[in-house]
Design a protein around this ligand. Structure first.
Ligand code: 5RP
Length: 262
């Protein structure tokens, strides 16, 4: 079945599959949002079903909550969990310090709250997400509906004094209407092209009254698991300063995951 997947989906799948091995019975686990995180949820559902893995999952979006329940993972709220052992999530970009841009799927607010409330955060990604400098992917920021155009203008004005290459901002749309997040807010995508000082930008953006949160995840991620379409998996661990490469055998998964691809 995995032979029917595109190379990029294979890469996403094996990074998720490898990350699922870090999850142990008894853990409270933050479940990310997006296509890579969806693989993770399916892999964990497999382990719940086949191995009796006992975990409680805290989803970062309604989409992920639905999928988690569907595959048999017990879902609890972050307030019920209070603190998590591990969060596993995708990313839109990561750099060599494992700083991230997230929010391509519009779930950055819950994702950041959940990841920050975890002992560890593991990012799962295909190799195309790695960048030398963050910013080619438009930076999402979550803004409240009240005074949206004023907040947008304030953000644009502030960007003039920031170390970025582009300054266009666009309101994310869902068809003809502005995209609405799970928290009832909107998303501005900042087309910055290159972010010279991500740490400073993250702090400055969050100072603005109409901004709820930005998609820069600075010093939050501990480990990135990178999948490649040819079956290689690279594990980069920030605290251990280590890179490990493994090879994943797709042949082993054909029966195992036949029911996971739909
Ligand atoms: C959602 C996110 C996702 O993790 C990010 O967009 C990556 O998605 P995908 O795994 O589909 O490429 O931040 O808000």
């Amino acid at each position: 079945m995995t032979s029917e997947l595109s190379l990029i989906d294979k890469a996403k799948f094996i990074s998720a599959k490898r990350a699922s091995q870090y999850v142990e019975s008894g853990m409270k686990v933050g479940l990310g949002t997006g296509s890579t995180a969806a693989w993770l949820v399916k892999c964990l559902g497999e382990r719940v079903r086949d191995e009796g893995l006992q975990i409680k999952g805290v989803p970062t979006s309604t989409r992920t909550a639905e999928l988690a329940r569907e595959v048999g993972i017990e879902v609890i709220t972050l307030d019920q969990a209070r603190w998590l052992d591990l969060t596993i999530d995708g990313a839109d970009e990561f750099d060599s310090d494992l700083n991230l841009i997230k929010g391509g799927g519009g779930a950055l607010l819950q994702e950041k709250i959940v990841a920050t409330a975890s002992d560890q955060m593991i990012v799962i990604a295909d190799a195309g997400k790695e960048v030398g400098t963050l910013g080619a992917f438009p930076l999402p920021i979550e803004v409240i509906p009240f005074g949206l155009q004023t907040t947008k203008a304030l953000v644009e004005e502030t960007l003039v004094s920031m170390d970025v290459l582009g300054r266009d901002t666009t309101l994310r749309m869902n068809g003809d209407a502005p995209f609405v997040t799970d928290e009832g807010n909107h998303i501005l995508d900042l087309h910055l092209k290159r972010i010279g000082d991500a740490r400073q930008l993250a702090l400055v953006i969050n100072q603005m009254p109409g901004v709820v949160e930005n998609g820069l995840f600075i010093d939050i991620c501990d480990r990135v698991i990178i999948g490649f379409g040819d079956g290689r998996v690279e594990i980069r661990d920030l605290s251990e300063g280590r890179v490990a490469t493994e090879r994943f055998d797709f042949a082993d998964t054909d029966n195992l995951f036949a029911d996971l691809v739909d």
